[in-house]
Design a protein around this ligand. Structure first.
Ligand code: PHE
Length: 451
């Protein structure tokens, strides 16, 4: 394999653009919708601590491994893994990392598009003032009526998926980079505005106490698995999205430093989102363990009781929609890049195919809240629950573990050294984390959860 320094799909114009794109992928519904409710369901503090440990000890090492493999391969994950395995004299089976990633990507995008559609709908619902002074009943029935209507849910899912396809169809520079360049700074500003608003509730301290008070009695091994799955999901790891973005990264950027920066930004947004949501929840005497509806029922209700809530509530859902779109494009890109390489179809057609399949699978998740809400398996899980659980808690950690093992043990030494760009003690530490700590930690959590 000759070393290529450019990808055929295009390149990020600078290291900063890579950071914005990768942070755009990482920061999404995982931070604002999923993190607070999963933390809430698992009792707060101790869960958050395990989550932070997973980010530092598993997330950052695996993210650097993914970026490295992507940049060394410079093509879609499936083809990069194929080329790198051949170059390293390893079994062609390693290509499976790419295939598993594509599968996880379709599964995630299918439910992601549904929830993102809800967020877009809530921009309008908040904007017209539905929640101003609303009671709990109004907030609940607004949510139930909306999610109970399959046509509405599928309609908004379709709008969101169409936007995703449109952006990806325009390419790496014109589509992806241009989107993250404007939306990410906007997102950070909106978030800070909302944190300020939340501080004015007088319940900010209660929010902090909930997020950082370590109540270990509430934490189970199941909760630890959720924290680890959340770390993978929120950093977009284990499914080769970041590998794909790495393939478009300039050759002279440092990988480990960049990975730490992206993970830092992502963690900051999740914690800030928690600091926005929980004070509002407590200020209004609501439940922190409300589940997936936390952001859609509890929060509008809280905004509805507060001065300026109509404006800030609308701003909040705009923020969530922005965050979702900069993530969904990274769920589509790996499969699109592969289709372009493999079948030689245009990027536009590839984006339509990938988006179309995810949209179709997503119908199952859209219907999980209405016509298929009774169709459950594995002890009461709907189609949506199964997609979410299997992709986040199984496929991503397994994918991440294999990526780490390949990067640390299998990959050709020359490639690894020339890409990773650190030497001496720092290199030893890095290879310990990637090759031993991260895979072992994933393995231990799996074993403990099963028993
Ligand atoms: N990280 C995204 C989020 O937090 C979700 C995602 C997962 C995106 C995997 C790409 C790949 O919302």
């Amino acid at each position: 394999m000759a070393t290529v320094s450019e990808s055929v799909h295009g390149m990020w114009s600078s290291r900063l653009m890579f950071i914005l794109a990768a942070a755009g992928s990482a920061v999404g519904l995982g931070n604002i919708w999923r993190f607070p409710y999963v933390a809430g369901e698992n009792g707060g503090g101790a869960f958050v601590l395990v989550y932070l440990l997973c980010i530092a000890l598993i997330g950052i090492p695996i993210m650097s491994a993914e970026i490295m493999l992507g940049r060394a391969g410079r093509r879609s994950p499936i083809n990069s893994m194929q080329a790198l395995a051949a170059r390293s004299g390893a079994s062609p089976l390693w290509e499976l990392i790419g295939w598993m990633g594509a599968l996880a990507g379709f599964m995630i995008l299918s439910f992601y598009g549904v929830i993102a559609g809800w967020a877009m709908y809530y921009v309008f619902e908040s904007g017209v003032g539905t929640f101003v002074g609303a009671t709990g009943e109004v907030a609940t029935s607004t949510f139930n009526e909306f999610t109970g209507n399959p046509a509405q849910v599928v309609g908004w899912q379709s709008v969101f998926m169409a936007l995703t396809v449109l952006i990806v169809a325009r390419g790496v520079g014109e589509g992806l980079e241009r989107t993250v360049k404007y939306l990410m700074p906007a997102l950070f500003i909106l978030l800070l505005v909302l944190v300020g608003y939340s501080m004015s509730t007088g319940y900010f301290g209660d929010g902090l106490q909930f997020l950082f008070g370590f109540n270990f009695e509430k934490l189970t091994w199941g909760g630890v698995l959720m924290a680890m799955g959340q770390a993978f999901f929120t950093l977009s790891l284990g499914m080769a999205a970041i590998m794909t973005y790495g393939a478009y990264m300039p050759q002279d950027s440092s990988i480990v430093g960049t990975a730490a920066m992206v993970a830092g930004l992502d963690t900051m947004v999740a914690l800030l989102a928690g600091m926005v949501i929980f004070p509002l929840v407590f200020a209004n005497g609501l439940e922190s363990s409300a589940g997936p509806g936390l952001m859609f029922v509890t929060l509008p209700l809280a905004f509805g009781q507060m001065p300026g809530g109509q404006v800030f509530g609308t701003v909040f859902f705009v923020l969530v929609s922005f965050a979702a779109i900069t993530s969904s494009i990274s769920l589509v890109e790996p499969a699109v890049a592969w289709l372009v390489e493999r079948l030689g179809v245009t990027r536009r057609r590839a984006a339509i195919i990938v988006g179309g399949i995810s949209w179709f699978v997503g119908l199952g998740s859209a219907f999980s809240f209405n016509i298929w809400s009774e169709a459950t398996a594995f002890g009461g899980m709907t189609f949506f629950d199964v997609m979410d659980y299997v992709s986040n808690n199984i496929l991503l950690p397994v994918g991440g573990m294999l990526i780490a093992i390949f990067a640390a043990w299998i990959l050709d030494d020359d490639v690894r050294h020339s890409e990773i760009g650190i030497i001496g003690e720092r290199y030893t530490l890095w290879s310990m984390l990637v090759g031993v700590v991260a895979p072992l930690a994933v393995g231990i959590v799996f074993v403990m959860t099963i028993f």
